[in-house]
Design a protein around this ligand. Sequence first.
Ligand code: HGY
Ligand code: MN
Ligand code: MN
Length: 432
Amino acid sequence: MTNARIIIVVFTASLFVSRASAQSETLADIQRIETRMNQLATYGANTPGVMKRVAFSDGDIQARKYITGLMQAAGLTVTTDAAGNIFGRKKGKDNSLPYVAFGSHVDAVPNGGIYDGDLGVIGAIECIDILNQNHIETVHPLEVIMFTDEEEGLIGSRAMTGHLPADELNNKMNCDKTLRQGINDVGGNADELDKAKIERGSIAAFIELHIEQGDNLETGNTNIGIVEGIVGMKPYTITINGKANHAGTTPMKLRKDALLTAAKLIIAINEAALSMDGRQVATVGQIFVTPGGANVIPGKAIMSLDLRDLSAGKMDLLFNIIKHKADSVAQLNGTVITFIPKEVKEPVKTDKEIQLMIAKAAEELNLTAKYLPSGALHDTQDMAKLAPAAMIFVPSKNGISHSPDEYTSPEDMKNGINVLYKTILEADQTFK
Ligand code: HGY
Ligand code: MN
Ligand code: MN
């Protein structure tokens, strides 16, 4: 047989072997993913597809039990830390090495959707199942993390970084419990939060799969988002003190109407955010008015303020514009406006090396990918304080999230999980 023919035979054989091994590699199982996502979605939903699983609620506690069962069935050793974070761990060849970690959260906003966070937790467990099916033992030990109460201030991941101050434990949460009660109800120990703190170096790399919660991927017809940065957030509680009085006998010019001031301030906040170039955002999501009688001029209003941008300086500038406008509104209305700052979340750049791993994984899977920032907060921004960290996004239909209309297709979920799986393997080979 001539040399040329031998080369062709060898080349064809090697092609066959590589294609066969590629085909023999098990990847994400859409049926299993959908079954688990649909089961998880039943916990805390009073009507199908409408999520009420706020942290520490009965639905959250049921969801935690379900996820713990899936972790155990995948052969993971499951533990809960003092903040109620759940860890599913799998040994590697060298357990002296730090963990390659991945995960997300299952708590939801009131009346939210069924993909925000859930996909990252179900996807993480799916990756463990795929590793088991492929009989792969990684070099590093692996750690699936399900964080406590991501939606009300990155509670669990902040506890892991030691930034959950004890004075927050008395805060009332969406489930109507104090944070202390909630943490204790889900198996944590609010009096020993310091034990939840982990040191930099105990995790080699952290990756989170998440829905985009925006429409960049869908409008760009792109399969995968490689998150280059996560916005920071400057949250405030705004109190407005006026004077409650009779709605019928108080002349318009003598009123100190707290709700009128709030209304004008909300418009001023919106105008301030629109007045600057860039992607900064400002939101008033909550407002409480007292005394609340239809025939009583509102004496007090309390509202939330959520400022976000990739630049901390931009957020400061936006706040100063808002504060200036608030001073003139208060003066005009004879009311007093106070801004109470809450825990600031710094903007975070994700790890470039893991970004490249995500890009490589997408390419290997013949998926399109693009770099983009995250306008939503994520536990990844806390994990980035502890280890190289990055995020994988998949498309959200019409860019909708924090709403019962939130939707991500099974194909997009499968793509995201396969990219997560290959990124985990690459991180295992790369990080020491
Ligand atoms: O509010 C957020 O950005 C996130 O979804 N918790
Ligand atoms: Mn989320
Ligand atoms: Mn969310």
